[in-house]
Design a binder for this molecule. Structure first.
Ligand SMILES: Cc1cc2nc3c(=O)[nH]c(=O)nc-3n(C[C@H](O)[C@H](O)[C@H](O)COP(=O)(O)OP(=O)(O)OC[C@H]3O[C@@H](n4cnc5c(N)ncnc54)[C@H](O)[C@@H]3O)c2cc1C
Length: 465
């Protein structure tokens, strides 16, 4: 089968759906999304397990940098469709909870560790570095001091990113990592006060029903399902002929192409891609994410009753983060009076292999070790999911690669955007991704230049507007 589409979009995640939604808003009708999975939503999908527990692909929360995104969320689920939460995130280490941001709440640490963190900061103040940091490891040492790096920054960030910090850049940090304010830190220790409200997601919203996936299913419905072709894997693209071939042999021709496929894979299946560009794109780094959901009977213990998510820098559990998913919505479990749920994330890369066969058992043992659960007999359901492409690593060489590959594709009328299409972690949340799609449509139809992908700091400056 062969057909011609004016605006062809590859991938039905938030980026592709944003593009399609905006095209429709702009009065365009000749567009189609091609998606390999049986569902829309991409990484922002939600699954229901056999026992009726809901699971996102990792803890997804809604906080946005864009009025357009906020309005779309209301259109998708209605004003009544949301629950609003105050973020309560904590770090679990040395057998205790410390509120996040960790460095602002050092008073929770035992005295020797408090002292080590403060000594590291004093050493920094006495000997400020005049050398520009070359990578994330150097940036962390120069910004936090050795005490904080030893106890939290290094072990935690390796657990999240699954790459040595020396291989990572730090220009993505912006609003995402709380830096050290020594005065604030000392005040909090000596006045014994908590400091909890830092950051862009200090309040967030979550769908009342259906998990994160409910949002994107609603957006897909608003677009019109006839514009979304599921179960269709793209296997070959020709830039010269403007064709996209699907696994079933169908060939589509297009005028404009938006790809949200991982950029390294896209260049592999772009049949007429310059070999040098293709090889360059293969040097992009990513980590995989293993999600394990644990459905439990009873109620969470009192100190988990209002917590949202927890960070784990230590090696007694495989996961770096656990979300108390039943606290996001009571409808994430079959009956909130009888059940609750925890959802864990474990990163994986060639530097940090994961035993995927035993991931569920190792996760349960980790939950026991970290005292989140006390009795494995409380477990009534387990669920696991592995996303090969979980996090687009902001590696030291990333920007040099993107500066070659993205303009090359654009010179062939191909726009590659979104979490792995654009490979910029700093603009790869749902709001950024949706807006990259919207801005693509705006550019093609209204000739308005894109901003999010090319000016991440400007995009991220808008939080808390
Ligand atoms: C663990 C984790 C936690 C997260 N937490 C948050 C959060 O708290 N808040 C937030 O806003 N965001 C969060 N995100 C990010 C969020 O998931 C992304 O912003 C969003 O999904 C990116 O959308 P996308 O469309 O760019 O990419 P994707 O969602 O990856 O969509 C790409 C689509 O392309 C399809 N595709 C790939 N190859 C092919 C092919 N060959 N043929 C056809 N289709 C193909 C895929 O199946 C997929 O549906 C999190 C992500 C992860 C992994």
């Amino acid at each position: 089968m062969s057909s011609h589409i004016k605006y062809l979009i590859l991938g039905a995640g938030p980026t592709g759906l944003g593009a399609a939604y905006r095209l429709k808003e702009l009065g365009q009708n000749d567009f189609l999304i091609i998606e390999q999975q049986a569902y829309a939503g991409g990484l922002a999908n939600t699954f229901t397990d056999e026992k009726g527990f809901l699971w996102d692909i990792g803890g997804h929360v809604q906080f946005s940098h864009y009025a357009y995104f906020d309005q779309l969320m209301i259109k998708a689920l209605g004003t009544e469709g949301w629950l609003f939460h105050q973020r309560e995130s904590w770090v679990w280490l040395l057998n205790r909870f410390v509120p996040y941001p960790f460095q602002n709440n050092l008073r929770y640490l035992p005295k020797p560790q408090q002292l080590a963190c403060l000594q590291g900061l004093i050493t920094l103040l006495q000997n400020p570095s005049h050398k520009k940091a070359q990578n994330f490891a150097e940036w962390a040492s120069q910004s936090f001091g050795e005490g904080l790096c030893d106890i939290f920054m290094r072990p935690y960030n390796f657990k999240v990113w699954a790459f040595p910090l020396e291989e990572m850049a730090y220009n993505w940090i912006g609003e995402r990592v709380a830096t050290v304010d020594v005065n604030r830190l000392l005040k909090n220790i000596y006045l014994e006060q908590d400091d909890l409200s830092w950051g862009p997601n200090n309040t967030f919203q979550f769908p009342k029903n259906g998990g994160t996936g409910a949002i994107w299913n609603a957006v897909a419905d608003m677009i019109g399902r006839q514009h979304i072709q599921l179960n269709s894997k793209v296997v070959r693209i020709s830039a010269a002929q403007k064709t996209v071939e699907l696994a079933n042999g169908d060939v589509l021709t297009y005028e404009h192409l938006l790809s949200t496929l991982p950029l390294d894979i896209f260049t592999q299946i772009l049949s007429d891609c310059d070999e040098n560009i293709r090889q360059t794109a293969q040097n992009l780094k990513h980590s995989s994410t293993n999600i394990v959901g644990i459905g439990l009977k009873g109620k969470p213990k009192p100190d988990l009753a209002s917590k949202c998510w927890l960070y784990f820098p230590e090696s007694d559990c495989p996961f770096y983060r656990t979300t108390v998913f039943s606290n996001y919505s009571p409808n994430n479990v079959p009956d909130i009076n009888r059940y609750w749920s925890l959802m864990t994330e474990t990163s994986e890369s060639p530097h940090k292999p994961v035993d995927t066969q035993d991931i569920v058992e190792n996760t349960i043992q980790g939950l026991l070790n970290t005292q989140l659960i006390t009795d494995r007999n409380d477990i009534v359901s387990t669920w696991s999911f592995r996303a090969e492409y979980g996090y687009p690593t902001p590696s030291v060489e990333r920007d040099t690669i993107l500066q070659k590959v993205i303009p090359y594709l654009q010179s062939k009328d191909i726009y590659s955007r979104g979490r792995f299409g654009g490979w910029k972690y700093e603009v790869s949340n749902q709001d950024h991704s949706l807006m990259q799609g919207v801005e693509w449509a705006n550019k093609l139809v209204l000739q308005i230049p894109e901003t999010t992908y090319f000016f991440p700091n400007t995009a991220n400056a808008n939080w808390g507007k």
